[in-house]
Design a protein around this ligand. Structure first.
Ligand SMILES: Cc1ncc(COP(=O)(O)O)c(C=O)c1O
Length: 453
């Protein structure tokens, strides 16, 4: 999309669904009074976004913002083929999965065709959290062991079972700390971590997973599962070092545990060279969980596992999910797979991601605030630091950069343990021109940030 989208006029005053149109201050006041009080709002001056198209979001005055952080609207906001598939199916039938329906079976066939043959049984859910919670039940059914190893700073979902497995939450503000059945392995971070200078960093960090398994064993807690994202999101857009998952999986499996790959954030071609990010490591997880991009913003998640693990779950108790796998969700998810293939979005993630990464590395040469550039495909992280030698994280500068880019109509956000990593994970329709525009504006902002930050 060209930048002339910024000239499109303000939206009409009627909102689909019939809600009255309210000002930003009214909306903030009403949210504060009537909605979940723990919800945050992005930006110092919040945005009221009313429309999306491709890689762009539009505010109530018709201003276009380049969205570089929404990894949910994977094939582009409101992609016409995805919208049409949902509308068609909504007008025809939406019911539960106790009736036979072509879409459900077709989706299982199409999804598993993208995966290694061992991962052939699909459960459909309504969110990534539900997928991870169901995966934990599969683990219990198969190995009957509660011990869980997770990676530091990870987030795996909003259900109680997953807050317990998310160091990002249980060690964060308001968190209750690590439960007894959980052990935390250090993040395999080759920029900051303890093994950052090791020649074989993957194996060194995998030793931390083996050590976590041993700590559970010392407390007579058998290891049931190692839960790890295939690229680390909340941890700060971290690419796993080569050899990490093979060695970590071997240690967990030797102790009788299963290996769960959480690709709720990073699946479906975002990694560029591979459709699934675990493929980068040459491993096959026992269970894979999916969400966010699976249906381009329509609420959906999935668990994919082996026939053996699925068979262990057959106990006489049915797993029924009222909405999971309904014909509308499946129609939308099928359209997402079609668009990824037809518009070659995995290839686009690889090529635009490489262009963006090399542009960021060039900026790094001139701007000392950039400590590290990392990532793959369209999943990139930029570490903002105060002192490049000491690698001192600069959260205030990272925030200032995000705010300044917003003024220039580019939406980004931060993550990582020090909240100083610019996280870049746009819809995959993000183009080379979009990347060039971002690089120009980032250069402009970096030249100003020391004064602002
Ligand atoms: C890695 C990861 N797993 C699971 C979840 C939970 O997904 P959902 O918010 O759809 O429940 C998230 C959400 O941010 C996530 O980033």
């Amino acid at each position: 999309m060209s930048s002339d989208v910024t000239r499109s006029g303000p939206p009409s005053q009627s909102v689909p669904g019939g809600a009255p149109v309210r000002s930003i201050s009214e909306l903030l006041g009403l949210r504060a009074r009537h909605l979940n009080p723990t919800l945050s709002v992005s930006y110092r001056e919040p945005l009221k976004i009313v429309r999306g198209e491709g890689a762009y979001l539009f505010d109530a005055d018709g201003r276009a913002y380049l969205d570089m952080v929404n990894n949910v609207c994977h094939v582009g906001h409101c992609h016409p083929r995805v919208v049409a598939a949902g509308q068609r199916q909504m007008a025809q039938l939406n019911t539960n999965t106790r009736y036979l329906h072509d879409h459900l079976v077709e989706y299982a066939l199409r999804l598993t065709a993208t995966l290694p043959p061992a991962l052939s049984v699909v459960f459909l859910t309504n969110s990534g959290s539900e997928a991870n919670d169901l995966a934990l039940r599969l683990v219990q059914a198969h190995v009957r062991a509660r011990g869980t190893v997770v990676v530091d700073h990870a987030y795996h979902g909003n259900l109680s079972s997953l807050i317990d497995l998310s160091p990002y939450k249980f060690n964060g503000k308001g968190g209750a700390g690590k439960p007894a059945h959980v052990e935390v392995a250090a993040m395999p971070d080759i920029y900051r971590g303890a093994c950052r200078d090791a020649t074989d960093a993957g194996r060194h960090y995998a030793a931390a997973v083996a050590a976590a398994v041993s700590r559970l064993a010392e407390r007579a807690i058998p290891t049931g599962v190692f839960l790890c994202e295939s690229l680390l999101g909340c941890g700060g857009q971290i690419v796993l070092p080569d050899g990490y998952l093979p060695a970590a999986y071997a240690a967990v499996r030797a102790a009788g545990g299963l290996c769960l790959a959480d690709e709720v954030q990073v699946g479906f071609g975002r990694a560029g060279e591979h459709f699934w990010a675990f493929e980068r490591q040459g491993v096959v997880p026992d269970i894979l969980t999916l969400g966010k991009p699976i249906a381009n913003g329509h609420p959906m998640g999935a668990v994919v596992t082996t026939p053996e693990i699925a068979a262990s779950f057959v106990s006489g108790m049915e797993y029924f999910n009222t909405f999971g796998g309904n014909p509308v969700s499946c129609a939308i998810a099928l359209a997402v797979l079609d668009v990824i293939a037809d518009e070659q979005l995995q290839q686009q993630a690889a090529s635009v991601g490489a262009f963006l990464q090399s542009g960021l590395r060039s900026l790094q040469k001139d701007h000392a605030q950039i400590g590290d550039v990392r990532g793959c495909g369209l999943f990139l992280g930029v570490e903002i630091v105060r002192d490049r030698e000491a690698r001192t994280p600069d959260r205030a500068a990272a925030r200032a950069i995000v705010e300044s880019l917003k003024e220039r109509q580019i939406l980004l956000s931060t993550d990582g343990p020090d909240d100083n990593v610019l996280k870049i994970k746009p819809p995959l329709v993000f183009s080379r021109d979009n990347a060039a525009e971002f690089l120009d504006k980032l250069a402009e902002v970096l030249a100003q940030v020391p004064a602002e930050g």
